[in-house]
Design a protein around this ligand. Structure first.
Ligand SMILES: Cc1cc2nc3c(=O)[nH]c(=O)nc-3n(C[C@H](O)[C@H](O)[C@H](O)COP(=O)(O)OP(=O)(O)OC[C@H]3O[C@@H](n4cnc5c(N)ncnc54)[C@H](O)[C@@H]3O)c2cc1C
Length: 414
């Protein structure tokens, strides 16, 4: 459906940031319309069906420890969860590092895992406890370092860093140098320590679709690319929309083109290969980490966490590399990690996402300005943190800024 010629607020982009802003503005009684170039709501959270399997565009998960997860109806998403922790392979042996509070039966194995002496493991536990329980303002007052320096100074030791933390964080930050800001690492680790990671039964796109459903009937216009933002009007392939306020909620690269002065930080990329096995080689839903020196950062049987991703009980594997790889280049490594023969892996599809998330290097401004003045606003993960949390938080922040500008007297606008 084409957008109207006039709206109080027009939001460009139906990713989690734009939708979070639109839901709040609609809730405050604004006449808000969202125009989205793609054919789906949810932006980078995109899901398709291939041969009956639910396939997300790249391996990603919803972390219930994110503060903004409270904005979602998690029960309606019908999440299937991974265990907190990961599996590492050292030599020929697999070792589980799991949260002993959740999985006491695996505590002994975790204590024996070859990631350093007991004092090193205690340092890792202390790092997690600090991130989980220190008030956020105090966490953010700590001196900013790179993630690697921060971990080294925390005393976790080289074995934990190289065998567990670097591969684990590479899969989340999409960079293996751990050059990301320690501020973002602290916030991220806090959410891992406080929440669980899961997959919605209908795929990650369901998160965006849930938000889109709350904006209101006929207010999210799909397949409508915006070609220019001029003052408080936007030009689209379906005509111009005049508004009192425009919120540019696109990916950072497009925001930089539509809004002069918005600078996009280096985009991180990831390649994910999807394979099918007749059944899962594992008992428990755990993410396996790539080995130091290997190409894989992680690999997981996603159907162990969320069985609804499979049409018939077969197992679906998602294996990711930071550098673009061909399936044939990593098939043996994936098979070795899971202890199966390479010929048993049936290749379903592979996807490379070039702009998966923006970098968050030090010095990191955690809350970049969203109100650019004259009725123009910008939001997205590049304004806060490169994550689902960052996108949703920036949308919420932007909605408050729009309400302050358009309805200064309205209660709750501040
Ligand atoms: C493979 C992958 C794995 C990830 N893993 C995780 C994870 O595990 N945990 C986590 O927290 N985060 C993860 N992320 C990051 C997370 O998905 C993003 O940070 C978040 O979704 C960004 O939301 P956004 O609304 O800021 O931007 P986007 O989702 O990019 O939304 C922007 C929207 O604007 C639209 N648009 C662009 N140009 C135009 C135009 N000209 N006109 C109209 N519309 C336009 C786009 O189509 C898009 O829908 C991952 C991302 C990827 C790709």
């Amino acid at each position: 459906m084409p957008p109207p010629a006039r709206a109080e607020v027009v939001v460009v982009g139906a990713g989690l940031a734009g939708l979070s802003a639109a839901v709040r503005l609609a809730g405050a009684g604004c006449d808000v319309h969202v125009v989205e170039a793609a054919a789906h709501a949810g932006g980078r959270l995109a899901t398709e069906r291939i041969d009956g399997f639910v396939v997300d565009r790249g391996f990603q998960v919803l972390n219930t420890g994110y503060p903004r997860a409270a904005d979602l109806d998690l029960a309606a998403l019908d999440l299937g969860y991974f265990w907190r922790g990961a599996v590492i392979r050292v030599g020929d042996r697999l070792h589980r590092l799991v949260d002993p509070r959740r999985h006491p039966a695996a505590a002994v194995g975790t204590l024996r895992a070859p990631v350093g002496s007991l004092p090193r493991k205690a340092a890792l536990a202390a790092f997690s406890a600090r991130a989980a329980w220190t008030p956020v303002p105090r966490l953010l007052r700590a001196r900013e370092l790179t993630a690697e320096e921060h971990l080294r100074r925390s005393g976790v030791g080289t074995a934990a860093l190289e065998r567990f933390l670097r591969p684990f964080l590479s899969g989340v930050l999409l960079e293996s140098g751990l050059q990301t800001s320690s501020r973002y690492l602290d916030l991220l680790w806090r959410s891992f320590a406080r929440g669980d990671i899961g997959l919605p039964a209908r795929g990650m796109q369901a998160v965006g679709e849930q938000l889109a459903g709350r904006v209101g009937d006929g207010r999210v216009h799909l397949g409508v690319p915006v070609t220019a933002v001029e003052g408080t009007s936007v030009r689209t392939g379906h005509g111009r929309v005049e508004a009192d306020a425009v919120v540019v909620a696109t990916d950072p690269g497009t925001a930089g083109l539509l809004v002069p002065g918005v600078v996009a930080t280096a985009p991180r990329q990831v390649t994910t290969h999807l394979h099918v096995l007749p059944s899962s080689p594992w008992r428990d839903p755990l993410v396996l980490l790539g080995r130091p020196g290997g190409r894989l950062v992680n690999s997981a049987v996603v159907t162990d966490a969320q069985p609804a991703y499979s049409p018939d009980g077969r197992a679906l594997l998602a294996s990711s590399t930071l550098a673009p790889t061909g399936e044939a280049e990593v098939r043996d490594e994936i098979a070795a990690l899971h202890g199966v023969a390479p010929r048993d892996l049936e290749h379903l599809t592979s996807v490379t996402v070039p702009g998966a998330q923006p970098a968050a290097l030090p010095p990191l401004t955690l809350r970049k300005p969203v109100d650019l003045g004259e009725g123009l606003f910008v939001c997205g993960d590049h304004r806060d943190t490169p994550s689902i949390q960052g996108a949703m938080a920036s949308g919420a922040r932007t909605a408050r800024a729009v309400l302050r500008a358009l309805r200064p007297g309205q209660q709750g606008a501040a």
